[in-house]
Design a protein around this ligand. Structure first.
Ligand code: G1P
Length: 289
């Protein structure tokens, strides 16, 4: 039985919704209290049993790679000054997974970014986790996709219901058949549909599990919305060719790629933070605005 071992995280977007900070700091490296968003995404992949983490990055994204490298000077200083707890945190991050970085020279769309992983993925099944979609709580949606794949050996993607007035912001899936409360068989996919173009409000929140035939489908996908090669368009071809399943997520999802979503995620993480959570909660309660 085939078991996915690799995760691909596209993190090459320009972060235009978050300028000016994203001029020099990748949006995936923005902090949720003291840890970058990307670390949460990587932990989700590792907790789902994935071992190799392939990060597709663009220009100005060196911080991402530096974060998983060792900083000898800092670590030496921490060791000599007895700050062993801090040292352990840094070493743990480094040892978390095999991080493989691929540079995407031009931002040509999500489909193109995923295709950059082809030489490293080989003929294995793999997961895609979008670098600005934060999933908090359980069950871990990537683990759910992996478990589903182990049972059915077919591609499967996460889905979530969105209000009608937000349908145009997402890739949307129409289903052919509902298999149970959480699972559907997908019939059609449309990237950011126009009003009335789809009869569904099931959106893609950025977690996917594919076999390597997706690469050929991406190669045959013409630029779509915004003139970019859309992963959703390749998935439309995929569901014509094979069974493509959708699984509704059950955890909390935050789109940290926009300002409000990021702020909400910060509050959510801060309230649960072991060091500052209680005081922050009290602060919010007493806040007079
Ligand atoms: C991308 C995908 C879209 C998906 C969304 C989730 O769009 O193209 O299908 O629903 O991520 O965040 P973007 O938000 O990058 O425009």
């Amino acid at each position: 039985m085939k078991k996915p071992r690799k995760a691909l995280i596209p993190a090459a977007g320009l972060g235009t919704r978050f300028l000016p900070i994203t001029q020099s700091i990748p949006k995936e490296m923005l902090p949720l209290v003291d840890r970058p968003i990307l670390l949460y995404i990587i932990e989700e992949a590792i907790d789902a049993g994935l071992e190799d983490i392939i990060i597709i990055q663009g220009r100005n994204k060196e911080e991402i790679i530096n974060f998983f490298d060792s900083n000898y000077e800092l670590e030496d200083r921490l060791e000599k000054s007895g700050k062993l707890q801090e040292l352990k945190i840094l070493q743990k991050i480094r040892n978390k997974a095999n991080i493989i970085s691929i540079r995407q020279q031009e931002a040509k769309g999500l489909g193109h970014a995923v295709h950059m992983g082809k030489p490293v993925i080989g003929d294995e099944a793999f997961c895609v986790l979008l670098g600005d979609e934060l999933m908090i709580g359980s069950p871990n949606p990537t683990k759910e996709l992996v478990d589903h794949y182990e049972q059915h050996q077919k591609p499967v993607v996460s889905l979530m219901e969105v209000p009608e007035d937000q349908v145009h912001l997402y890739g949307i899936a129409e289903f052919q058949e509902r298999l149970d409360d959480l699972t559907v068989k997908i019939e059609r996919m449309v990237e950011k549909p126009e009003p009335g173009e789809v009869r569904s409000n099931l959106a893609l929140p950025g977690r996917y599990l594919f076999e390597n035939d997706i690469f050929e489908l991406i190669e045959n996908t013409k630029p779509g919305r915004n003139g970019e090669v859309q992963l959703t368009d390749a998935m439309q071809a995929l569901c014509k060719k094979t069974d493509l399943y959708g699984r509704s997520i059950q955890c909390t999802r935050h789109d940290t790629g926009n300002k409000l979503g990021y702020l909400k995620a910060c509050v959510y993480v801060a309230l649960e933070h072991p060091e500052v959570g209680d005081e922050f909660r009290a602060f919010l309660k007493n806040l007079e605005v």
